[in-house]
Design a protein around this ligand. Structure first.
Ligand SMILES: Nc1nc2c(c(=O)[nH]1)N(C=O)[C@@H](CNc1ccc(C(=O)N[C@@H](CCC(=O)O)C(=O)O)cc1)CN2
Ligand SMILES: Nc1ncnc2c1ncn2[C@@H]1O[C@H](COP(=O)(O)OP(=O)(O)OP(=O)(O)O)[C@@H](O)[C@H]1O
Length: 216
């Protein structure tokens, strides 16, 4: 079937997929370039720590009033911004994502930086299956690109979209989704969106914290 014969919705979806693939290619190159700057990495660590102290006050001395509970990090792959130094400095309870299978939401297992890890899907590492499963109050979210409205583009598995949809619908406290990126990962213009794409609440870059949603 040639493109003009496709039903309009399928043609639009194919266009969005092609636009996402192009946005991923250019974002990968910009992220790899940004990750080479040690000043940016140091500033990102400081900005993430400041954001955690404001947003996830589960440790003495932090601000009061925001959600308390474990923070989900991730172990950086490719040229992703590394959240672990700031998470370690923060000192509160942590968990890491585990891929339970294709087309499923992520699950999160408790983790401390000294704990052992096992190989996970797509070249990631994850806590061992004995580590208890927990529900994060705040997720630090990896990404390839973000836009000025807080939408994000990942590697295309839809894992974080499924996970945020589930966590925002399960009746528990709404967890905060905080993207972590270099400023250069901002997509020029509006990201191509699919029907499942959900915006982040905030983004931390080496230039500071940006808020997209009102926080109660
Ligand atoms: N550091 C990190 N951990 C994470 C994620 C992530 O984006 N970053 N995830 C977010 O979902 C989940 C794992 N999902 C992932 C999905 C794809 C790829 C990836 O590197 N894809 C390759 C193609 C690999 C292939 O086709 O075999 C790529 O895009 O180059 C990595 C993680 C949970 N853990
Ligand atoms: N809540 C959802 N329910 C069902 N399918 C979903 C959901 N979220 C995403 N998907 C599907 O997952 C696929 C990939 O989505 P998308 O391109 O948005 O991934 P991504 O955000 O780049 O990846 P990731 O979240 O893993 O970093 C799409 O086919 C999409 O339809």
């Amino acid at each position: 079937m040639s493109a003009p014969d496709l039903p309009a919705a399928a043609a639009r979806a194919a266009e969005a997929d092609a636009a996402k693939a192009e946005a991923r290619r250019s974002a990968r190159a910009r992220r790899a370039e940004a990750a080479r700057d040690p000043h940016a990495a140091r500033a990102l660590r400081a900005e993430l720590l400041a954001a955690l102290r404001t947003l996830a006050p589960t440790v003495p001395g932090a601000a009061s009033g925001a959600a308390s509970g474990p923070v989900a990090g991730y172990l950086a792959i490719h040229s992703e911004a590394d959240p672990v130094p700031a998470l370690t400095d923060w000192g509160g309870p942590l968990c890491l994502p585990v891929v339970p299978g294709p087309a499923r939401p992520l699950v999160f297992r408790r983790w401390h930086p000294d704990d052992p890890l096992v190989p996970g899907a797509f070249g990631t590492r994850e806590p061992a299956p004995e580590a208890p499963e927990i529900r994060p109050a705040l997720l630090v979210v990896p990404l390839l690109a973000f836009d000025a409205a807080g939408y994000r583009l990942g590697y295309g598995g839809g894992f974080y979209d499924r996970t945020l949809a589930q966590l925002r619908a399960d009746g528990g406290a709404r967890p905060l989704a905080v993207g972590l990126a270099y400023a250069a990962q901002e997509h020029p213009g509006v990201l191509p969106l699919g029907p499942h794409d959900l915006p982040l609440d905030l983004i931390v870059t080496e230039q500071g914290l940006r808020r997209f949603s009102p926080i109660s």
